[in-house]
Design a protein around this ligand. Sequence first.
Ligand code: ADP
Length: 330
Amino acid sequence: MSIATARVGSNIAFIKYWGVADATLNIPLSNSISMTLADAHTTTTVAWDEIGALENDAFVLDGVAQSPARSQRLTRHLDILRGLAGVTWRARVTSENNFPTASGIASSASGFAALTVAGCAALGLELDATRLSAIARRSSGSASRSLFGGFVEWAQGSSDADSVAFPLYGPEHWDLRDLVAVVSGAEKKLSSADGHLLAKSSPLLDGRIAHVNGWLAETRRALAERDIQRLGPVIELDALAMHSVMMTSSPSLLYWQPGTLDVLQAVRRWREEEGLAVYFTIDAGPNVHLICAAESAPEVETRLAALRSVERVIVSGPGRGPQLLDEHLI
Ligand code: ADP
């Protein structure tokens, strides 16, 4: 068997990806910017079955063998890799997320990026990170950004070749922290992939898209200056704009839980009444990501842990790009 294992960090978007211009290729409606996470990651082993013993791809996620229905998205991605290598081999894939799956911590991003890196390496395909970014994007748009470490932008582009991510700064540029307040580890009912298709039904989508280039510019400036007071307001604004689009799409997507609002109110209180420089963003799920400088993180973590609605806090700094590991999960 040709086998390889990759570990890839998830990422938290500062300026979000929501809605697609081309649903087949996952070409987005705008650029987006994220930070790759060091401590929320996926490890995936891909073993290609060159002797034809397997009838179907076999997928084990977080220790659970996945049904054919739950493996469909994986098989479609493996089909892209098979096409590139010109093989028809099936694969055995084992993957582990070290954080809750499908709850707004971008498991699809690290999951499909790790599958791409391990799958291509095991096939002996030598592709650079830009090419791998384009391949990962096909199955999860935000996966395109996890192909790079640190602070990353995904260029909207207009084709399969140019809708790719590129690094803005390495992880050493700014020691930020993302503290994920897990208010629910349950899997969301509608995947982000399906949610993207609804964006165009929202009357608020055009408003967000009309403003997003200005917000991207502000985010680039805040990153360049390592200025949390500049970064914070714009990431909150874009997260609220994205969730407004979600809530007003048809059918309406309401990812928030009571605990979500509890954390948002607490963050505003800590900031406005006590001057703690911490800001929130929320992906497609109920869990809230708090962004702050490394030196504020212990204080923010203590406060979060004391909130009744917070089940668990996952703390992560900026991480590096994908790693190939010598130890396999199979
Ligand atoms: P999230 O907010 O966690 O990204 P999504 O609904 O966007 O949630 O994506 C979750 C889906 O991504 C899962 O249902 C599964 O299909 C896929 N996924 C999650 N983790 C992995 C993984 N490690 N390997 C392959 N696919 C994964």
